[in-house]
Design a protein around this ligand. Structure first.
Ligand code: CAA
Length: 293
């Protein structure tokens, strides 16, 4: 089961893991560990907020950022329904930490020169680990919202794309910079980009590495909302609250249906709707028919 698909009606990753032996990877990172990486994680009721918190470096991302994102996903408290991803300071994220391109790299994490020396399989596994930080944000049991101000470049744009929804401040600027640096976007951003804007527009955006400003992002469907910078937090909180008003299991089932729709034929989608609805109605009926205690 991929992180993007979820486990199907009535199950979730958190429960499966808690049934097994808990290892280091199942331990939630503490606030001090996250602070060292330049991140924060807060839970308020059913809403969790992940903050990239290195504003002085425009929230540049490292391998540690991606491992921490993955760990937050794998240890997310089961009651969380909405995950907000935001960046502290003037920019959402300036993408990969450019020290990765230097011979010295990022202390304790190496550089592109050191990962390039790995054999191809080991290198791919390293990328796959990094991608885990992004994939879980599409899980059906949660809805993820990126709240974006300022620059969202490369890995920053891909992080925003990995969320279900995007709210942009008027000064938000997306840029898929990777091809300009001799790389491809590999942090799971190409699929949502193509799904949203189509292949032709995605080719144009990526291969020119140009800036997509908030107004254009809204027109292209890359943003659900654009708000004045000072309203970003409140607009995000309002959307998060609105997402909590629907039944949780129905919301998860509906998200599964919607996420799966592009790869199914009409007939397959109709069958998927039937299968989900049977479970919904049976569950609702079983609940209402349960004898009172
Ligand atoms: N990595 C490391 N440090 C960065 C950084 C990055 N990606 N982006 C900014 N910083 C640092 C700057 O070096 C500077 O540090 P000092 O104060 O110590 O000098 C600080 O953040 C502030 O930067 P600016 O003064 O440039 O801030 P600004 O607000 O004027 O500009 C910006 C912001 C437009 C994002 C600009 O900093 C910039 O262009 N950054 C580089 C963006 C970039 O090319 N990212 C790589 C994208 S590709 C990718 O992400 C690949 C992948 O996934 C594999």
């Amino acid at each position: 089961i991929s992180a993007s698909e979820g486990a199907g009606p009535g199950t979730n990753g958190t429960r499966r893991r808690s049934e097994g032996v808990r290892g280091e990877a199942d331990r939630a990172l503490g606030s001090e560990e996250l602070a060292e990486i330049g991140m924060r994680f807060e839970v308020d009721g059913e809403i969790a907020t992940i903050t990239l918190d290195r504003p002085d470096k425009r929230n540049a991302q490292t391998f540690a950022t991606w491992s921490a994102l993955a760990r937050i996903g794998s240890t997310l408290p089961g009651h969380v329904r909405v995950v907000v991803v935001r960046g502290e300071g003037p920019s959402f994220s300036a993408g990969i930490d450019l020290r990765m391109f230097t011979p010295e790299g990022v202390p304790g994490q190496g550089s592109f020169a050191s990962v390039a020396a790995l054999d191809s399989d080991a290198f791919e596994r390293r990328i796959q680990e990094a991608q885990q930080g992004f994939l879980w944000l599409r899980r059906p049991d949660i809805v993820s919202i990126a709240a974006v101000q300022g620059h969202a470049i490369g890995a920053g744009f891909q992080l925003a794309l990995s969320c279900d929804l995007r709210i942009l401040a008027e000064d938000a600027r997306f840029c898929m910079k990777e091809p300009a640096l001799g790389l491809v976007p590999d942090l799971t951003g190409t699929k949502p980009l193509v799904d949203i804007v189509g292949v032709a527009r995605a080719v144009e955006i990526c291969l020119t590495a140009r800036v997509v400003e908030a107004g254009e992002a809204l027109r292209l469907g890359l943003a659900e909302q654009v708000v004045p910078r000072e309203d970003l937090e409140a607009a995000t909180a309002k959307l998060a609250s609105a997402l909590l008003t629907t039944d949780r299991a129905a919301a998860a089932a509906t998200k599964r249906l919607l996420r799966g729709a592009p790869r199914r034929s009409l007939e397959e989608q109709a069958a998927a709707e039937r299968a989900e609805q049977v479970v919904r109605v049976q569950t609702l009926f079983a609940a209402s028919a349960a004898p009172e205690r």
